[in-house]
Design a protein around this ligand. Structure first.
Ligand code: DGL
Length: 279
């Protein structure tokens, strides 16, 4: 495995690496770009092997190590695991194995949920693999043992969002079915534990009602990354130009280029196809 030191002169000028199983992690890249507009980002979408949310934990860990290795070869100063599934299963391994700061989405999401909830009854939605990991529940309960966490896998939501169906009848019915238990469970806060779900915020709010606070794991992760990079003196110092976002994908670039506009509203550099399994 490539091991790179994060410390040392000039490191703060390097890009931040962000990886996801595919395109959805652009919601995290967008949130980071909003909070840190002068940072360059290198984004890797493992589009050849998406989805991760249906895969076995060991597969998710292996892919995540390859993705991180690729980002380190691009000389990034830190790695953000935008994918909730990869954060849920692979974060401890990545933090142990790689010698750069590695941040995930779970802890910031858990902290934000605890800051928002009043009755300590928190719902979490995500892919099958994320929910199966119990990572959000653990992160919440480690910080507040009297909280109650209700988790629901919503595997149909990723394809609906990728189809662009964020506000139609089928999506509404699907959300009603998935979110129904939360009313009985009286949750007052719901963690959107998947890269794609920020695009469904409005539809989810319509189903649950305004009284349920939504935690956007992309936004909370971006604020966390800002705070952590600042602590570690890794924020870019003097750059005036807007940060560039360079996407890499492991499958054809064309579908990524055409879908990306749904997930991010700033221009990206042209996507480049790479093979992350080649060292
Ligand atoms: N990026 C994944 C996540 O946030 C969703 C897509 C997938 O299953 O790979 O969990």
């Amino acid at each position: 495995m490539v091991r790179k030191k994060a410390g040392g002169a000039g490191n703060s000028e390097r890009p931040i690496g962000v990886f996801d199983s595919g395109i959805g992690g652009l919601t995290v890249a967008r949130a980071i770009h909003r909070v840190l507009p002068h940072e360059d980002l290198v984004y890797l979408g493992d589009t050849a092997r998406v989805p991760y949310g249906t895969k076995a934990p060991s597969t998710v860990v292996r892919f995540s190590c390859e993705d991180t290795n690729f980002l380190l070869r691009q000389e990034v100063k830190a790695v953000v695991v935008a994918c909730n599934t990869a954060s849920a299963w692979a974060l401890p391994t990545l933090q142990r194995e790689f010698n750069v700061p590695v941040f995930g989405v779970i802890v910031p999401g858990a902290q934000a949920a605890l800051a928002k909830t009043k009755n300590k009854r928190i719902g979490v939605i995500g892919t099958n693999a994320t929910i199966r990991s119990g990572a959000y529940a653990r992160a919440i309960l480690e910080r507040e043992e009297s909280a109650e966490v209700f988790a629901q896998a919503c595997p149909l939501l990723v394809p609906l969002v990728e189809e662009g169906w964020v506000a139609n009848e089928i999506t509404r019915l699907t959300l009603e079915k998935y979110l129904e238990p939360f009313a009985k469970q009286r949750v007052d806060t719901l963690v959107l534990g998947c890269t794609h779900y920020p695009l469904l915020k409005r539809a989810i709010s319509k189903v649950l009602g305004k009284q349920v606070a939504l935690v956007d794991s992309a936004e909370t992760c971006a604020k966390y990354v800002e705070a952590e990079l600042s602590k570690q003196d890794l924020l870019v110092k003097q750059r005036r130009r807007p940060g560039k976002i360079q996407p890499y994908v492991t499958d054809e670039t064309a579908p990524f280029e055409s879908l990306s506009k749904r997930f991010i509203d700033v221009p990206l550099e042209p996507a480049v196809k790479v093979d992350v399994t080649v060292k």
